[in-house]
Write a protein that binds this ligand. Structure first.
Ligand SMILES: [Zn+2]
Length: 224
């Protein structure tokens, strides 16, 4: 799942209006932002298998980023960090829930590779990736809904064309993921994964009101 995670981040904006879309992106995609670093450090492992449909990846070992226990711990830590920095309790709760939402969404699409904890044991995944077109339709549908919800918020109304640029970029990346060739190497996967930090930066940029839009609403829209 790629764009579906961003869909949930967009949709969460009315629940945490004082938090920037960038923070919501960071939370919804937190464990996929962590994973490339763990890959590069050799702590987690993935194998490219072009015979697999959907994502041609066999997630051999990734308990620290993608086990249910780890995700709950990361969610709590990210929520606490958000609370410490912003004092926004509701925002912190939403941000923590977004981190955990990643595992639930991955559960729908991944083949059974998601562990519960750090120990060896059963692994889970409903495997929607085995039907790549159905999976793509689901993700794009989620994205359209999430983006529409965002556009109805004050930030969405006042940011001008920027959220549309960001949304178009995400759709292009999703289409390339689905129809492009398998990645050439695990290092390439890791570095492309690191590049997702740029999407977080782009979301902070996209969520800022365009010049003059603040006054029209009369509420502070600048949010961390
Ligand atoms: Zn993931």
């Amino acid at each position: 799942m790629f764009i579906g995670h961003f869909a949930v981040a967009f949709a969460a904006k009315p629940l945490a209006p004082r938090r920037s879309l960038g923070t919501l992106f960071l939370a919804a995609q937190f464990i996929d932002l962590l994973w490339p670093t763990l890959l590069l450090l050799g702590i987690e492992r993935v194998v490219i298998d072009p015979s697999l449909s959907g994502a041609p990846l066999d997630f051999v070992h990734y308990p620290y980023s993608h086990s249910l226990v780890a995700v709950v711990i990361w969610g709590a830590l990210v929520a606490l960090a958000c609370l410490a920095v912003t004092r926004d309790r509701t925002g912190a709760l939403v941000v923590g829930a977004l981190v955990i939402s990643h595992w639930v969404l991955d559960l729908i699409v991944h083949r059974p590779d998601l562990p519960l904890g750090f120990w060896a044991g059963p692994r889970f995944g409903f495997g929607l990736w085995n039907w790549p077109l159905a999976e793509l339709v689901l993700e794009l549908g989620m994205f359209a809904a999430g983006f529409a919800i965002y556009l109805r918020t004050a930030s969405g109304r006042n940011a001008g064309i920027k959220p549309w640029v960001l949304a178009a970029l995400l759709v292009i990346i999703q289409i390339a993921n689905t129809f492009g060739p398998p990645p050439p190497s695990v290092d390439a996967i890791a570095w492309v994964g690191q590049a997702q930090w740029l999407l977080v930066a782009a979301a902070y940029w996209a969520d800022r009101p365009r010049r003059g839009a603040d006054a029209a609403v009369g509420t502070p829209l600048h949010a961390r």
